[in-house]
Design a protein around this ligand. Sequence first.
Ligand SMILES: [Zn+2]
Length: 248
Amino acid sequence: MASFDPDRIRTAERVVVFSGAGVSKESGLDTFRGAGGLWERMRPEELATPQAFRRDPGKVWRWYGWRWDTAAKAEPNPAHLALVEWESLFPELLVITQNVDGLHRRAGTRSLLEVHGTLLRARCERCGRTRDMGEALAESREEPPACSCGGRFRPAVVWFGENLDEAVLSRAYEEAASCELFVSVGTSSTVYPAAGLIEVAHRAGACFIEVNPEPTPFSDLADLRLAAPAGEAIPKLTEEIRRWRQPS
Ligand SMILES: [Zn+2]
């Protein structure tokens, strides 16, 4: 961190953190696969699609029941927890996450945009009404429960082959374009919309910090690159930020 000019962090008012699977990994959650279980060998591409849900709604529902259990058992890790503190370190902070496990929310982050939706909610495929996923699962573990409109509930996540919510996405782009500091954490940044958000922030002149063990296609753009797991790097960075932002 020696060559990095902390002035850009010292003066940043609007900050965007973009998080990916790497952040949840240290809570024992690999994007789709948990530790053990019947579903371990299933390919997400075969279950997390509208086609799979049409073909065999019960199977997809049971898989999401298992994923919900796995996420409910996982605990936020030091990266999630440190990021909660950022809300008091910067005037405006938004966490944009690709993760659907709800761990940022459970850790206490309030300003959150879940671009791939959330496992913690179910949504009626017909009328769009949402409800708590745990309650929907308590109603039925075998088949997706029916909504009062006659439609079926499904997990409120974005499946392969589906579009991201337009309002959520445009808010993400607006925030990326107007922040002074953009921090990507635990994402390979190869998947849409990660790449687009980094480009937009960089073009708008934001300071860019990348936290990821492996290099990404955007590493060369980074003003500061921390090649470490999020659970190590984010608490350390938080200490630095606390120091940099202290009035001198
Ligand atoms: Zn409905």
